[in-house]
Design a protein around this ligand. Structure first.
Ligand SMILES: [Zn+2]
Length: 442
């Protein structure tokens, strides 16, 4: 059971019986959007007792007992977790629900994903000056307001941005239910090594060769080196010339090299197996030369089938947000894995990106480093409480993360985490390795 793997507790089947009414599916327009409501005693202190979520389905209630949680959809209220003596009865499938949320299967009920995937041209072909100009326009609060009001609208108010708690709340509610039935605290395995309370992964998407010119890479690398933090630099393997001297410098300083696709078009995630294999094969020189373990898809576009091809080359992926705004998505609906913890697809560990990007923050609060930093720190504080993964993305590009206000915010963020004794700071490949070992050990 994924909950047992996730929390890493021993088998409790002898003291607690779990029944899931799978064969009694209610005929509803499923998946079904509604409000989950749970008794206060079963909540972790960082969660709310009423929250919106989309469930993959509901089952008919066949049992009397104490109702711990219910789900309100339309004008109906359905009991979804019931306790009867040493028995927990679920009228929804928690495992199916978690996978459904993590993999974003709820998006079937919404409009199609990003317009980028449909664009016939690669964003790489847009001249740098035009891109910078567009970015400056896009990151202005009044433009964002107009876009959000008129174009970038989400069909459901779900997932909530910048914090979506549903997936993790459901997990911790179930742990509390198990504790209540067994009458004691359940011994769980720590999420992170060395007594650390949360993990931090820093990543950079290197879309162009800008950072190779005039030692531009130092704009970001110097800040990280100042605080002694190691990050992952994700490169596009087959579109620009690499400055091997700079690549070696990054590696020598303990940073990691990752893969940001072969040519940064928006088609990668949607390729058929043969074409994907061909393109990955063309990048094998890069995987070998730089000992690549991680990937992020251009514009975060991902499909389930993409991981089949990738799993032979990489061990972790950052192509999911935990929650993603319509502005970020350049599309018409929110999306995200609804968790701030890693999860698995195929053999790949997904490290969801969890800290709102600098330019997205600035599109709401303006180019003001204090306000941008505050938005990012608010999220970090939440993740720390949950014991999850802080995963940051920056773009070493003009018009993006190297703007002075964005660099100041980044410096402030790194200062904060480098002073935090509870933070497990490691290059992303180590975080993914740890998570894999932890899940398979428990
Ligand atoms: Zn990119």
């Amino acid at each position: 059971m994924i909950f047992q793997d996730f929390f890493g507790y021993k088998n409790i089947g002898n003291v607690c019986k779990i029944i899931i009414n799978r064969d009694n599916r209610i005929q509803l327009p499923d998946p079904v959007f509604g409000t989950f409501e749970v008794k206060q005693d079963y909540l972790p202190d960082w969660a709310e007792n009423r929250f919106n979520v989309i469930l993959p389905g509901l089952f008919k209630n066949k049992t009397d007992g104490q109702i711990i949680a219910s789900f309100e959809a339309g004008s109906q209220k359905y009991p979804v977790i019931i306790q009867k003596q040493n028995c927990l009865i679920f009228n929804f499938d928690p495992e199916e629900t978690l996978k459904f949320l993590n993999n974003e299967n709820y998006l079937q009920t919404m409009k199609s994903k990003s317009i980028l995937a449909k664009s016939p041209i690669s964003t790489n072909l847009i001249p740098e000056k035009v891109k910078t100009c567009l970015r400056n326009i896009m990151t202005t609060p009044w433009v964002t307001k107009i876009l959000k009001k008129n174009i970038f609208r989400s069909k459901y108010p779900f997932p909530k941005w910048p914090i979506e708690k549903s997936g993790d709340t459901i997990r911790f509610i179930i742990l509390r239910c198990l504790e209540s039935v067994t009458g004691n605290n359940i011994e769980t395995t720590p999420f992170w090594p060395d007594g650390k309370k949360f993990a931090v992964a820093l990543t950079h998407d290197v879309d162009t060769d800008w950072l190779f010119r005039n030692n531009n890479y130092r704009a970001i690398a110097d800040i990280e080196n100042k605080y002694g933090i190691k990050s992952a630099w994700l490169f596009v393997s087959n579109t620009y010339e690499f400055d091997t001297r700079i690549m070696e410098k990054l590696r020598k300083n303990g940073h990691e090299i990752g893969f940001h696709s072969d040519n940064h078009d928006s088609k990668f995630a949607f390729l058929d197996q043969a074409e994907m294999d061909r393109r990955l094969n063309n990048s094998s020189w890069f995987f070998d030369k730089y000992n690549v373990k991680g990937f992020r898809s251009p514009a975060f576009l991902h499909t389930y089938k993409m991981y089949k091809g990738l799993s032979r080359y990489i061990s972790y992926d950052c192509s999911y947000w935990d929650t993603c705004d319509t502005i970020e998505n350049t599309g018409s609906n929110n999306s995200g894995s609804c968790t701030v913890f890693p999860f698995n697809i195929e053999n790949v560990v997904i490290l969801p990106t969890t800290i709102p990007q600098d330019w997205v923050c600035s599109s709401l609060v303006g180019k003001n480093h204090k306000k941008i930093l505050q938005m990012q720190l608010d999220k970090y504080q939440y993740i720390k409480k949950v014991n999850g993964l802080v995963c940051v993305l920056t773009h070493p590009e003009p018009g993006l993360s190297v703007q002075p206000e964005f660099l100041k915010a980044y410096d402030g963020f790194l200062r904060e985490i480098s002073n935090d004794k509870d933070a497990y700071l490691a290059p992303p490949y180590k975080i993914a390795d740890w998570w894999n070992t932890r899940i398979h050990k428990s």
